[in-house]
Design a protein. Sequence first.
Length: 137
Amino acid sequence: MPPVPIRAITSYHAHIYYRDAAEKRTAETLRAQIAERFSVQLGRWHDQQVGPHDRAMYQVAFPTEVFAQFVPWLMLNRAGLTILIHPNTDNPRADHLTHAFWMGEILPIVRPEQLPSALAADEAERIVPNSSPNLTA
Ligand code: ZN
């Protein structure tokens, strides 16, 4: 098998997890800090388990050109929260199970068999930033 070319990655997600009210407050602070600094698409709060995620979380979707600034910033500023970073390719199952990396704990991926292992090109997620960055990272 030849290596997968980097152009297979169309975007990324950061999933920011929280366990309890205290961690949710930390996650709220982090979310506000992200919105002030990065042009990203902030997803809804999921206080209940959703999809393949084993803990309450929100998603941050971001384009490939944001990775080199945003991910190192998260390394420095995650405040103890567990974060999953995964690419988005045409194989969501592999993106979550083998292409991903974790900051903090490694959580299980729930029901991975429900994640598709192939997407058509027109199914790629379109990132629509909804943050208003006005600070430098
Ligand atoms: Zn995701």
